[in-house]
Design a protein around this ligand. Structure first.
Ligand code: SF4
Ligand code: SF4
Length: 138
């Protein structure tokens, strides 16, 4: 079975289907090589459930014993997304520094690959690899 076809691995506490999205490569990179996922600061969390309810990637599940969200499937998180952190009313969700994403963009040659994909639409040659380098901010 293809490693890039996400398999259903169960249901969450709201009885919603959960897929293992960690099997889907990110621009050719193994998703599990990219440490981009939320961390919950439980000292700040007020258990509203917004993160759990809204994340369509089913990164979160709910700990009914403690009435708290848990990061149940970290590698289901969409690389560079921070929606849950933006929605959290308490600022309780944290992510790695944006520099980590810049580093991954450079490592996976994302800009070059994007130019190659877009080339047929733009009707001009893609840039050279050197021209499309993205370097992490220092
Ligand atoms: S959105 Fe924030 S405050 Fe609400 S449950 Fe999630 S982490 Fe806790
Ligand atoms: S950043 Fe986006 S994909 Fe990742 S857990 Fe939050 S809402 Fe879900």
């Amino acid at each position: 079975m293809s490693a890039n076809i996400p398999q259903i691995i169960g249901k969450d506490k709201l009885n919603r289907e959960v897929k293992d999205l960690s099997s889907v490569n990110w621009w050719g990179m193994d998703r599990k090589e990219i440490s981009w996922y939320p961390t919950i600061n439980y000292d700040k969390c007020m258990s509203c459930g917004i993160c759990f309810i809204t994340c369509g990637h089913r990164v979160f599940d709910w700990d009914t014993d403690n009435d708290l969200p848990i990061v149940a499937h970290p590698y289901n998180c969409m690389v560079a997304c921070q929606t849950c952190a933006n929605l959290c009313p308490c600022g309780a969700i944290e992510f790695p520094e944006p520099r980590e994403i810049k580093r991954m963009i450079a490592k996976a040659k994302v800009v070059k690959k994007a130019f190659d994909i877009m080339e047929p639409l733009k009707g001009k040659s893609s840039l050279s690899e050197n021209e499309t380098q993205t370097k992490p901010e220092i």
